[in-house]
Design a binder for this molecule. Structure first.
Ligand SMILES: Nc1ncnc2c1ncn2[C@@H]1O[C@H](COP(=O)(O)OP(=O)(O)O)[C@@H](O)[C@H]1O
Ligand SMILES: [Mg+2]
Length: 389
């Protein structure tokens, strides 16, 4: 086993005081020279044999996860997310295809090599899976004891990990005395104990309240940045993906429904499964507006209601002055939901436009230098509230 520290795996956080010594042990055995924490699935299928017959949990999964990136997996319950994740540390053996970690086909590993592989891949769970009868220190130390690391090194390493996850004062506490967020911090410290290159997270924030979720996400992002660890996370919370993932996979009935950069997939979902998952993030039209909308222009003074969508990608901004100038009338904002994902603006504006020329070539207003939005849809008409009183 390699016992020298690599810079990539230093646990020293920038926020820690200068006098704290650099860790002197590394407990992982990264392959020299090659990529660290690269994962590839090539034509992976998984069929379970159950009493009720075969269950095809995964089919034809092809994907690559870049070293040091954060990769999200979403999909309905039963879509195969956990099965996929578990093929990466070989807790599940694919029925077909192959899984490679740092370009090594996992099917070629013998038992000893599998043990070594699992030290390079940490895992955290929704229900933390801590040992209730052991202290925080002992929970984190466990994988190191199993690996036969000398006692003095274990002590040093566990204290570094406690500092990393912000639990310096909890070494002697038992799990039952900890909050959910603190328990997950212990789970994360334990998962990082042997200096992994990859961290697998299966619904790791699902049991936490929104505020605690935020702090755990912040910690995962810090770990990703400071240690360069590849993070692969399953979640049913779309906001989690939006906040920290680089790329996202949408699984539907064991198949890849969508795969790509988060800002692209979330900005312009192509698959019905993605749209269904994202629905809670999208703002529907207010009910009052829905009721007031008319398909044809009413006889009196009226406004045309437009929905402008922004999908990011080319720097196009929801510039109200420009939009009003191009539409050539008075513009009222009925609803606005604009977000920034990985530096790209996406969202929608619902506008009521009065006194505008009768019709526009909407398509032309979504293209080239003319563009005011990426997509424009006429929702209908409403009576003009400004002139109807
Ligand atoms: N050990 C198993 N034996 C039989 N069927 C399983 C087993 N594990 C998972 N499955 C089935 O495989 C499918 C995918 O499960 P899973 O990967 O847990 O989905 P997800 O994590 O997306 O909810 C489901 O239909 C599930 O019932
Ligand atoms: Mg699952």
């Amino acid at each position: 086993m390699e016992l020298s520290i690599t810079a990539r795996q230093s646990l020293t956080a920038p926020s820690r005081p200068e006098h704290v010594r650099e860790p002197t042990v590394a407990l992982a055995t990264p392959a020299r020279g090659g990529p660290h924490g690269k994962v590839a699935l090539r034509g992976v299928g998984k069929t379970y044999v159950s009493a009720a017959g075969p269950v095809q949990a995964l089919q034809d999964i092809d994907l690559e996860i870049a070293p040091g990136s954060i990769f999200g997996i979403i999909g309905r319950s039963g879509a195969g997310k956990s099965s996929l994740l578990r093929t990466i540390n070989r807790l599940e053996r694919p029925t077909s295809g192959r899984v490679e970690v740092d370009d090594v086909d996992l099917a070629t590993l013998d038992e000893t090599q599998l043990v070594a592989l699992r030290r390079r891949i940490g895992m955290i769970f929704q229900h933390f899976n801590l040992l209730a009868a052991k202290t925080v220190f002992d929970n984190i130390a466990l994988p190191l004891r199993v690996a036969g690391v000398p006692r003095a090194q274990i002590t040093q390493r566990v204290h570094e990990l406690l500092a990393l996850v912000g639990l310096q004062d909890k070494a002697d506490s038992y799990p039952r005395r900890l909050s959910g967020g603190q328990k997950q911090r212990v789970g994360i410290a334990r998962a990082l104990a042997s200096g992994p290159e990859i961290l697998l997270c299966d619904e790791a924030t699902s049991a936490l309240d929104p505020e605690t979720t935020q702090s755990i996400l912040q910690l995962l992002r810090d770990i990703n940045r400071k240690l360069g660890i590849t993070i692969i996370l399953i979640t049913h919370e779309m906001s989690v993906i939006r906040e920290i993932a680089d790329r996202v996979l949408v699984l539907e009935q064991g198949r890849v429904a969508e795969l790509g950069e988060v800002w692209q997939v979330f900005g312009k979902p192509q698959h019905a499964a993605t749209r269904a998952l994202l629905a809670p993030l999208q703002h529907g039209l207010p009910q009052e507006l829905q009721q007031a909308l008319q398909p044809q222009a009413p006889a009196g003074r009226h406004e045309r209601v437009l929905q402008l969508e922004f999908h990011g990608g080319d720097g196009l901004q929801p510039d109200l002055q420009r939009i009003a100038a191009v539409l050539g009338g008075r513009v009222r904002v009925l609803q606005a939901g604009v977000d920034h994902i990985q530096g790209h603006t996406h969202g929608q504006l619902v506008l009521a436009v009065a006194d505008a020329p009768a019709s526009h070539d909407w398509l032309a207003l979504t293209q080239g230098a003319q563009a005011i939005a990426h997509h424009i849809k006429e929702l209908g008409y409403v009576a003009d509230p400004v002139h109807s009183h």
